[in-house]
Design a protein around this ligand. Structure first.
Ligand code: DGT
Ligand code: CA
Ligand code: ZN
Length: 649
């Protein structure tokens, strides 16, 4: 069942009939069936809508043809009432008397439909018995135990409701970077296509590649005469759930997943991530989530200033404005003005007195800075570095020559060794590290990881494949690693001999329970014990956090990185992973520079569970860039043959 937190009647985006598609009408009829269950409507009426929705869903004929031929009620299961409604919708674009049904129901009741596992019947029961009319009411009724006392509910479903409320709240707030960028880039492209828009660019936290995005900011270059038409065009783009406001220079809307023509692609998640983000309810929650977006429209000649301003961060902007003040200038989203000339003029009026800036480089140059890449604009030393001409040359996605932590069908991946290798070659990589789960890993009592024997057999397979590529003169190899569980006492899964047979060991903590309930220092010491093992190479997803899912376990990451650096100084190779899954992004980018300064190379791993997952390295590169890293700081940027030597030591 499709659920959305803001059910509403669809609005026609067309000037002429048919105003809606068959799928839109089917969705609407199903929605009406759900809403009717929240009222005192009789069960036959509810069923009529449910049936009609199903029938349209499997109707092979073109709905508009059927209506034009005048025989919609000949379709079995579609009566006069609903038939008339469908006809009106397609020909006129209106929905009869249905708006009154939508108006009759408390918005809070509709909002409750978004809680995973909660349907209209039980919402109605709680409404009638307990007076529950909103999520806040429901939360209070659960806390007081009143829900558990209702017939057919009980303690367990009461707890499930509370968990569901919490889950829903997460999807209504910030969205993860991958989802935010999906919306942001699609919206940016649509705005850029509107006649009268000479340039459009994504700004805000999405351009800065923050790990989560609050709302989408787009800046569009539009001359004053075109603003009204462009504003109108933006408001009628597909995928807009609601228009929140439209003024002289700004349009605010709410975007929904219908923005994506071919649906929202969520990929394959590993079991631990999947559970932490909502399990079976996750896909529904993600695709029915929304995000706010703002478009600022400004004349082309101030575009660069507006883009820089709305890229932020706020902290970075404040520092920039201070630098301007120090030079007798005033900086804002409309320009950079000599104080005496702009005088009391405000906003766009002052723009003609601004120093010119064709692009952001010019703005930074006016302030005697080199251009700061957006990822670095967090006021974490970038202004000082830009003034001194000491900004690092940030790593780029194309600098990567491979990755080290990926899964195959031997554990919980869905692609074979050969399929993964082929996909890596298509990315022009020189190497691919295979690191399937070790034997102790189980999820819900089911063993996920590979027994030692199978792990070693995989090594044999890899050797054969590698020989084939070498004989064919192809500069590509698989590295046979494993993702070994780090146990709470700091020991690593598998016996010594098995681990010694591997090219690299990704050590990861998975069973968080044993780590969450004890002292931070104990955890730190256990991790250090694991890292000191001579077979240990890479610290996998160091904190175990799942973005918007769960926090990591407590330990002193600085201390662990310092110890890794000491070991590297003695000639070993210990690296820390940026797990590039957009659900993790762990190592946090804020620790990148510290790792680098300790002499710990960072590696960027997609933790792929299918071939498409390999592309997640892109997100890891964005985090490395936020963390100021250059190619030379990153293990993936070494050549395949160089790594071959280092791994065999
Ligand atoms: P978000 O949306 O919470 O993920 O984060 P941002 O960074 O996109 O923040 P948002 O959308 O509130 O504003 C976009 C940018 O606009 C922000 O990064 C910097 C700029 N900005 C907004 N408010 C202020 C302000 O009060 N002062 C300054 N200097 N800049 C601001
Ligand atoms: Ca924003
Ligand atoms: Zn893992």
């Amino acid at each position: 069942m499709e659920k959305t937190s803001a059910l509403r009647l669809p609005v026609s985006r067309r000037d002429e009939p048919p105003h809606f598609s068959k799928a839109q009408v089917a969705d609407l009829l199903e929605q009406v069936g759900i809403l009717l269950q929240l009222t005192d409507a009789n069960v036959f009426r509810v069923r009529a809508y449910q049936n009609a929705s199903r029938i349209l869903g499997s109707l092979e004929d073109d709905l508009w043809d059927v209506i034009q031929e005048g025989n919609i009620t000949d379709v079995k299961g579609i009566g006069k009432g609903i038939g008339g409604l469908i006809t009106e919708a397609l020909t006129e674009g209106t929905w009869g008397e249905l708006q009154s049904l939508y108006d009759e129901i408390e918005p809070g009741m509709i909002e409750m439909l978004g809680i995973p596992g909660l349907g209209p019947k039980r919402i109605k029961v709680m409404h009638d018995e307990l007076g529950v009319e909103s999520i806040a009411d429901l939360s209070a009724a659960c806390e007081s135990g009143a829900v558990a006392d209702l017939d057919g509910f009980g303690e367990k479903s009461q707890q499930k409701l509370l968990d569901g409320i919490e889950l829903l709240a997460r999807f209504k707030g910030r969205r993860r970077l991958n989802v935010g960028l999906l919306y942001g880039e699609a919206f940016e492209a649509q705005v850029a296509n509107i006649p009268g828009v000479s340039r459009a660019q994504l700004a805000g936290s999405a351009r800065r590649r923050r790990e989560t995005i609050g709302d989408i900011d787009v800046v569009a270059a539009v001359e004053p005469d075109d603003v009204e038409a462009v504003s109108e065009a933006i408001r009628s783009l597909p995928g807009i759930a609601e228009v929140k406001g439209a003024g002289e220079s700004k349009v605010s809307v709410i975007l929904e997943a219908s923005l994506f023509e071919s649906g929202m692609d969520l990929g394959t998640l590993d079991g631990g991530v999947f559970d932490a983000v909502g399990g079976d309810d996750y896909p529904d929650m993600e695709t029915s989530g929304t995000i706010e977006a703002q478009v600022r429209m400004v004349p082309a000649k101030v575009f660069a200033y507006t883009l820089a301003y709305f890229t932020g961060s706020k902290e970075h902007n404040i520092r920039m404005r201070q630098l301007a003040i120090d030079r007798g200038l005033r900086l804002n989203e409309f320009g950079l003005f000599p104080e005496e000339e702009a005088g009391d003029l405000k906003g766009l009026e002052a723009a003609e007195f601004s120093l010119e800036a064709a692009d952001e480089e010019d703005i930074y140059r006016h302030l005697e800075l080199s251009w700061v890449p957006p990822e670095m604009r967090e006021d974490m030393g970038e202004i000082e570095a830009a003034a001194a001409g000491e900004l690092p040359e940030l790593v780029k996605p194309t600098d990567l020559r491979g990755s080290f932590h990926n899964h195959t069908t031997l554990s919980d991946g869905v692609a074979t060794l050969e399929q993964m290798a082929r996909a890596a070659m298509q990315l022009d990589w020189e190497f691919l590290g295979i690191s399937d789960h070790s034997q102790l890993l189980n999820i819900g009592g089911r063993q996920i990881g590979a027994d030692a024997e199978d792990m070693l057999a995989q090594g044999e397979q890899i050797r054969v494949l590698n020989e084939g590529w070498e004989d064919a003169g192809k500069d590509f190899r698989l590295f046979h690693g494993a993702e070994c569980d780090i146990l709470p006492d700091g020991s690593l899964d598998y016996d010594d001999a098995t681990r010694k047979a591997l090219s690299h060991v990704v050590g990861s903590v998975h069973q968080l329970a044993g780590w969450n309930n004890r002292d931070e220092q104990e955890n730190t010491e256990a991790l250090i014990r694991a890292i000191e093992d001579p077979t240990f190479t890479i610290l996998g997803h160091p904190t175990g956090r799942i973005l918007q899912g769960r926090d990591g376990f407590p330990f002193d990451l600085h201390q662990v990185l310092r110890r890794m650096g000491e070991l590297n100084a003695e000639g070993t190779l210990k690296s820390v992973e940026i797990n590039a899954s957009p659900y993790r992004l762990d190592l946090d980018w804020r620790f990148c520079r510290f790792a680098r300064d300790q002499g710990v190379p960072v590696c960027i791993n997609p933790d792929a569970h299918d071939i498409r997952g390999l592309r997640d390295v892109w997100f890891g590169v964005q985090m490395a860039r936020k963390g100021w890293l250059a190619a030379e700081d990153i293990l993936n940027c070494r050549s395949g043959s160089q790594l071959e030597n280092q791994f065999s030591n």
